[in-house]
Design a protein around this ligand. Structure first.
Ligand code: ATP
Length: 348
């Protein structure tokens, strides 16, 4: 294990920023921490880096205890480097000096500096000072500097948020290869689920200071542990209903269930991509049908807004997402079927 976090708890006055949090990270892995604003991601990273003293719990690094309630190994003695949202570059040093300073104690200093300059694509502004750089440029310098330390563990707090889409993909890709080639591990904080899936072998999902799920990207996507995790990958249809005889009724049909008792209140989450549509020539009265309200072109997919009547004739507004240019006109009649891989039932 490169990192082991046990029973961590951290409050700011009344606010429980981190709540009984435990996890460990294997050597040579890249782990994403995914969660909404204010769920405690930065606080956790600051505790791991040693920038915040532990109130309760403990952190071990490569099998050695580095911090608990009684002591705190200083950040510079942890072989951990970090990039925070505010970059914290040295203002009196230009870009090259910022990077060189970080690599100053390394044997392969010259080669390493050249390598990280190339990786972070900062060669065009090596002589500039931080105040004269854009947010995205500062972010790239901060990334270069953190890698130049050759840390055992790299902590990246939203490191790619200020970059435009194409540059972001390129730099994420290069960063991943470099982390792998350096025999390092990394924890990357993000609130973008796609980025987390692209970046990491393991995703830790946080909500309100707690871990709600840890797993491989595929597990998180296909076996989400609650409504929040299921909604991370885009908007979802949610139906509030209850269980009767191992079944529950939704506007999209009656679903078989297991592991629930009668009368259990549940949320049924249906991803838009679960709903497959067919345009019908004439209006249908069958249960599995609806009427299109609008169709939106999204590039490689289309979002269809439709109304569906439930068994009590109550109307529901439902979103279906289909790959390709499927754009039925408003007022078209459609029939639908469900791909149950994208349907989840959670107790309420
Ligand atoms: P974001 O994605 O917006 O950066 P986050 O998930 O990183 O959010 P944290 O910055 O860790 O969240 O904050 C967790 C909670 O602790 C929030 O409610 C925040 O307001 C509070 N908090 C964080 N730092 C402090 C502080 N120094 N003093 C008081 N409250 C704080």
């Amino acid at each position: 294990m490169i990192l082991d976090v046990r029973d961590l708890h951290h409050s700011f006055g009344e606010i429980n920023a981190i709540n009984k949090l435990s996890f460990s990270i294997k050597h040579n892995s890249i782990v994403s921490i995914l969660g909404p604003s204010g769920c405690g991601k930065t606080t956790l990273i600051r505790l791991i880096a040693g920038l915040e003293e532990i109130q309760k719990g403990q952190i071990s690094f490569e099998g050695k205890l580095v911090a608990n309630e009684k002591f705190n190994t200083p950040p510079e003695q942890r072989s951990i480097s970090y990039v925070f949202q505010d970059f914290a570059l040295f203002p009196h040093m230009n870009v090259k000096e910022n990077i060189s300073f970080a690599a100053s104690t390394k044997v392969n200093k010259k080669q390493l500096i050249e390598q990280v300059i190339q990786l972070a694509k900062v060669e065009n502004f090596l002589d500039k000072y931080p105040h004269a750089l854009s947010g995205g440029e500062q972010q790239r310098v901060a990334l270069a500097r953190s890698i130049a330390v050759q840390p055992r563990l790299l902590l990246l707090d939203e490191p790619f948020s200020d970059l435009d889409t194409n540059l972001k993909k390129e730099i994420i890709d290069d960063t991943l290869h470099l982390i792998n080639s350096l025999d390092s591990s990394a924890i990357v904080v993000t609130h973008n689920a796609e980025e987390a899936m692209f970046l990491s072998n393991v995703i830790i999902v946080m909500e309100k200071g707690r871990i709600v799920q840890i797993g491989k990207p595929r597990e998180i996507y296909f076996n989400p542990s609650n409504v929040y995790v299921a909604s991370l990958f885009g908007e979802v249809n949610i139906f509030k209903t209850k269980i009767l005889n191992n079944k529950c009724e939704t506007p999209l049909g009656i679903l078989d269930t297991k592991d629930f008792k009668d009368n259990q209140q549940v949320n049924v989450v249906v991803r838009p991509e679960a709903i497959k549509l067919n345009v019908e020539k004439s209006p249908l009265t069958s249960p599995n049908s609806g009427v299109v309200v609008d169709s939106k072109f999204l590039g490689n997919s289309a979002m269809i807004h439709m109304t569906v009547n439930d068994s009590n004739n109550k109307k529901h507004h439902i979103h279906s997402k289909l790959i390709g240019e499927f754009l039925p006109a408003p007022a078209s009649s459609v029939s639908f079927s469900l791909d149950l891989n994208h349907v989840f039932i959670f107790p309420r």
